[in-house]
Ligand binder design. Structure first.
Ligand code: ATP
Length: 245
């Protein structure tokens, strides 16, 4: 049974998206998205290939132009450039991970601190290495030689160097073996436990619902279903198309 939201003290919204529209030329990829990410929660967006999940994260981040409202901690992000969004505490881990494959693990992490004015970052680097001992072991190795799971850890670690309060994660399980997917999702839970709010985009519906508080199902640019993650995991409409029947 899901608990009704506590009327007296609902968690403040870290992120609110209202009537968001994003176009690629004449094609509308997002057609009026409304969603809310309460502070301290993991909210997932699930949906098939091409549903608009990456477009949604890139629109929130300001990488793609869009219309509608995006509110971060109650303030509109309209006109706020990408670097300023990062400086305010929004981090994006993109789907293709965008690592510099011919640079070392350590250098990729240093680049994560680049956009931040607040120095020094040594303590943050130590924190990332404490969270991901594998990255410490491989700090001198070229990023391109890491396994898929390690690359995902590096991409998350690099985003953590920006000290995000809100982390947007684009399909962190993409291309990973099931056991590694489990490790990565445990890492995402660990981020939540250390106070990071997470908006998680996934095709892997069952695994992402298992760690989420709330979820939205995106269907061709619109929210089809939404609800507490535990309820959606039992929803027949979802199980037919996304949870393997
Ligand atoms: P996937 O899991 O395959 O990445 P997705 O849910 O993230 O899918 P998007 O990548 O956001 O979906 O794509 C949403 C729609 O927008 C798709 O129809 C896609 O073909 C289209 N689209 C995405 N990027 C572009 C682009 N650069 N130019 C034109 N159309 C695009």
């Amino acid at each position: 049974m899901s608990r009704p939201p506590a009327a007296a003290s609902p968690a403040a919204a870290m992120l609110e998206v209202r009537d968001l529209h994003t176009r690629y030329g004449r094609v509308e990829a997002l057609s009026g998205i409304d969603l809310r990410v309460p502070e301290g929660q993991i909210v997932s967006v699930i949906g098939a290939n091409g549903a608009g999940k990456s477009t949604l994260l890139n629109s929130i981040m300001g990488v793609l132009p869009s219309s509608g409202e995006v509110l971060y901690r109650g303030e509109s992000l309209r006109g706020v450039p990408l670097e300023a969004r990062v400086a305010q505490g929004i981090g994006l881990v993109p789907e293709r991970r965008d690592l510099f494959s011919s640079m070392t693990v350590a250098d990729n992490l240093h680049l994560g601190a680049y956009s931040r004015r607040r120095l020094p970052w040594k303590a943050d680097l130590d924190e990332v290495y404490a969270r991901f001992p594998r990255l410490l072991e491989r700090r001198k190795q070229l990023a391109g030689t890491l396994s898929g799971g390690e690359q995902q850890m590096l991409a998350i670690g690099r985003a953590l160097m920006g000290r995000p309060k809100l982390l947007l994660l684009d399909e962190p399980s993409l291309g990973l073996a099931p056991l590694i997917v489990r490790d990565i999702l445990k890492i995402v839970q660990g981020l939540q436990q250390s106070g990071v709010t997470v908006l998680l985009v996934e095709q892997n519906a069952r695994a992402s619902l298992a760690i989420s508080d709330y979820a939205y199902v995106l269907e061709t640019g619109q929210v089809g279903l939404s609800g507490p993650a535990g309820e959606l995991a039992r929803d027949e409409r979802l199980s037919a198309s996304y949870l393997g029947g």
